[in-house]
Design a protein around this ligand. Structure first.
Ligand SMILES: Cc1cc2nc3c(=O)[nH]c(=O)nc-3n(C[C@H](O)[C@H](O)[C@H](O)COP(=O)(O)O)c2cc1C
Length: 195
């Protein structure tokens, strides 16, 4: 065997989403975030389009993102639908993270593969970040909430018309015991055709 299977099994199976409320005050260094991003780009990519694009918010940049999303929510939400708690969450939650990585898909100008393939490729890149975070003992979490799919967010991230924001990857040091996960047994999600 070329690699240690039991280690990779552990990393994959112990990878968990760890949420900003569960992060400590300790800040993650930029060098570690760079490793997450360097591993991200080793995801599979059909026709080598390498469709991922990441805008990284750290330090004061996180405040900028938080203020943008809270104020935009306020601006675009009709008064009768506005929820103060949601507004405050959009403002305060990001500040608990050391880094927030906007997960984007940049559409290949030649459109050489269907869009869904590019989205899948970016999702693989996110899994690489998740696994790298797990290896470091860092908390990571892919969020698609808030303004993720709004045009205003696309403009804020300076994306082109055919590009897409696919969420935000939060990173921080966990302040909780590493969470346990659970999944269904193999038999519930497979059918085998052998004859
Ligand atoms: C594409 C995608 C989007 C997600 N968006 C959210 C989200 O908006 N809010 C949330 O609480 N969790 C979100 N999650 C995280 C899932 O809730 C989490 O993966 C699931 O509960 C399984 O937990 P685990 O990641 O610890 O195995 C998202 C996960 C994926 C793959």
């Amino acid at each position: 065997m070329k690699y240690n299977l039991s280690e990779i099994n552990d990393v994959i199976r112990n990878r968990r989403s760890i949420y900003p409320e569960q992060y400590s005050e300790r800040k993650v260094h930029r060098e570690m975030v760079e490793v997450l991003l360097k591993n991200a780009c080793w995801a599979p990519t059909h026709k080598m389009t390498q469709p991922w694009y990441f805008k990284v918010f750290m330090g004061e940049g996180i405040q900028k993102l938080a203020t943008f999303q809270a104020e935009t929510y306020k601006a675009i939400t009709p008064e009768e639908k506005f929820v103060e708690r949601k507004y405050r969450k959009l403002q305060e939650r990001p500040l608990k993270a050391s880094a927030i990585i906007a997960i984007c898909m940049k559409r290949d100008p030649k459109e050489s593969v269907p869009e869904v393939e590019e989205v899948m490729s970016v999702a693989c890149a996110v899994q690489n970040m998740y696994l790298t975070a797990t290896t470091y003992g860092l908390g990571g979490y892919w969020s698609t909430g808030g303004l993720t799919f709004k045009d205003e967010m696309k403009a804020f991230l300076e994306l082109g018309e055919k590009d897409r924001c696919l969420g935000f990857f939060y990173v921080g040091y966990p302040d909780i015991p590493w969470p346990k996960g659970q999944r269904r047994h193999l038999q519930y999600y497979t059918d085998w055709v052998e004859s």
